[in-house]
Design a protein around this ligand. Sequence first.
Ligand SMILES: Nc1ncnc2c1ncn2[C@@H]1O[C@H](COP(=O)(O)OP(=O)(O)OP(=O)(O)O)[C@@H](O)[C@H]1O
Length: 380
Amino acid sequence: MVTSAGTNKLLEVKHMCVDYMAANGTVHAVTDVSFTLERGEILGLAGESGCGKSTLAYGISRLLRPPAVTTNGEVLYYPRPRENGRRLEISSLRGAPVREDGAIDILRLSPEQLRTFRWSDLAIVFQSAMNALNPVMNIGTQIMDVLRTHRPEMGPDQRKQRAVELLKLVGIAPDRLRSYPHELSGGMRQRAMIAIALALTPELIIMDEPTTALDVVVQREILELIMDLCKEFGMTLIFITHDLSLLLELADKIIIMYAGRIAEKASSQDLYLHPRHPYSYGLLNSFPTLHGPRRKMIGIPGSPPDLRDVPSGCAFHPRCPLAFSACKSALPVLQPALAEIPGQLVTCHLYNQQYNSGRTPTTADLAAKYDALAEGSAVR
Ligand SMILES: Nc1ncnc2c1ncn2[C@@H]1O[C@H](COP(=O)(O)OP(=O)(O)OP(=O)(O)O)[C@@H](O)[C@H]1O
């Protein structure tokens, strides 16, 4: 059998589509999303509210509930080879549909396999996770409960020791083991949630806006903590936020979503230095950055579309200062913007010679069009 041993691939999402079958129409929340994640990588998902970030994350983790329906796709998870002894839990996924290359399709796991997988291999920290703590149980008990359920081989002393270790790891003093959630600050509760997510040393952590409810100083502390933990344990992270400036600092790779599809996928550096999609450019210039050159801040005109009725062609065309006729009718495909940077993929006709036989736009060209738009003189 060919296995994924020797490669570093952890997750491969292929052509994922999720719809919400709402009473007033089908919402196409995620459409044809594909990406690969290497072990130890931090992937950021960004985009305006309602572009499908959370749906994608919950779809990957199989946490979607009706009216959400995953209508297409595969979510391939490549477990570590079992010989190294660390990922023993994979043995509890026995019977899971394992492919020739060693991958497991998460979308095909049984409910029981899924439960094991979620805790041991994948952990999720939700938007308002700190409110998800049980208010009538102290923090220590909540951590030890996870260990009792998923690590039955651990005795009470070992569980307590591990709970103390986990609290220390997230910067909470061990004497807080007996504290109830209401006795902790928002930042501490969020740290406690991270400790619970880390309890079984999962391979992959998904964090959906984990710091939005916190003030900026605490946000930064928690983000630094997350980065340190990822580095220390070689964990792979999918991080969702509206705040692209955070992702530029935190993530290795960024996916910008628009209207349920990937608009651009690139390394943080490439995206920061030369965003290719007019939407990415607009998003980058709608907030101030802490580092780097001064940029004029210009918002993106209009608002995201209703996903029950997505515009034809490129969904961004009604808001795009660079749109031309093909953008209104032909669906763009995700492809490298420039042959010399194969890792920077963009869903835009401007970079497709079939539609744009002229010069490929530079970042300065995108800037000029947005500037002209801001001055009210854009030629559409
Ligand atoms: N239960 C539901 N029923 C119908 N539509 C839904 C439901 N949940 C989400 N949607 C729609 O699906 C689309 C994607 O939503 P989603 O929450 O995934 O976006 P998001 O990018 O994560 O937004 P935010 O940043 O605000 O969390 C939106 O148009 C939203 O209105």
